[in-house]
Design a protein around this ligand. Sequence first.
Ligand code: PLA
Length: 434
Amino acid sequence: MRSLISERVSCRSSVLGARWMSSWWRNVEPAAKDPILGVTEAFLADPSPDKVNVGVGAYRDDNGKPVVLECVREAERRIAGTANMEYLPMGGSVKMVEETLKLAYGDNSEFIKDKRIAAVQSLSGTGACRLFADFQNRFHPDSQIYIPVPTWSNHHNIWRDAHVTQRTFHYYHPGTKGLDFAALMDDIKNAPNGSFFLLHACAHNPTGVDPSEEQWKEISYQIKAKGHFPFFDMAYQGFASGDPERDAKAIRIFLKDGHLLGLAQSYAKNMGLYGQRVGCLSVLCEDEKQAVAVKSQLQQLARPMYSNPPVHGALIVSTILGDAELKKLWLKEVQMSKHEHNVSANACLADRIIGMRTALRENLEKLGSPLSWKHITNQIGMFCYSGLTPEQVDRLTDEYHIYMTRNGRISMAGVTTGNVGYLANAIHEVTKSA
Ligand code: PLA
């Protein structure tokens, strides 16, 4: 009798349970498509043989194929069959982090010597930004982050999901297609003292517009005067000038001015390690004791999220940067001047992009475009912020199978000798009556 009752009860509760379960995800609506990675999805689904993808910022060779750098191939040959697959520590590869800090803070940085930098390996640049945003939220829960307009779209998602309130500051002037320096400085001045500011260290995405050295000095001065905290996202070190050392100049100016700062670094672009997800988050602290504490807290944030970062990409990076010969090869492969070395033109990342800027502009001018396209060659880094409207971008996609983000950003890394004429012609067709 007793067992009969308990059977009935359990039967009833499982019916109830089934009803509950079937409604668990009923209120879940499909998420909005990602404005950047959604473009790749649409491109892949298009059967047209003419299609061109200048959406995501992924480097392609002049045949439109993904590039693996020779230094990476060589590092993989050296690693093959020797590395073990043990967990890394929560903070990742100590060797990789050490080498990565040198790139940003300088080979002989006093901050590295004084152990004032709390640094952990991150899941590429995105993971570094996210870890910092979570750290900011944990220790300054009432703080806000000032984000440039425009910025990489995912910055908004990152600080939103970390529950940090977002504010914006002026950056780009659509009229001049350059920096809106006066408005930017006003926004820094008018923000409440002690605000967080997100800055792109070089090759600003999506605009390709960076402050000049003089302007960086003024920005640094004003941020210091207001007691703001600068957080740098450096996803393109080497892509602005072709030289990682020169591309670190904004960071160096801030360091010289005595800021404490945060920094996200990524090897996705400058080492072509996109899918390996290898990067670094660092926070410059007042002293070693503080750095130890901050690092331990960053690790504690990482532990319940992903426990520890992946090992293979970190090993590639530390193998390259830890070996003088391979590091030299890497610098050659990133840099712009192909006269100085024998690396194939395809592998000169910055150089090929600069060549394509000239080619795109020249093609548009030859077609007799009534518009000015000077900004294509004035802007730097991976992207051209073309000025195309969302409607013009839609026409490019619908009529010409050309895929780019709706803000008119063209990933110059996807432009090739083979498609630049087609791209220019299509842009001319959708803009000539504008
Ligand atoms: N920060 C900026 C400014 C970026 O443009 C990107 C990548 C990242 C961080 C993150 O890169 P990582 O996590 O791969 O290291 N932006 C790409 C790709 C290239 C993307 O959207 O994820 C872009 O097309 O904008």
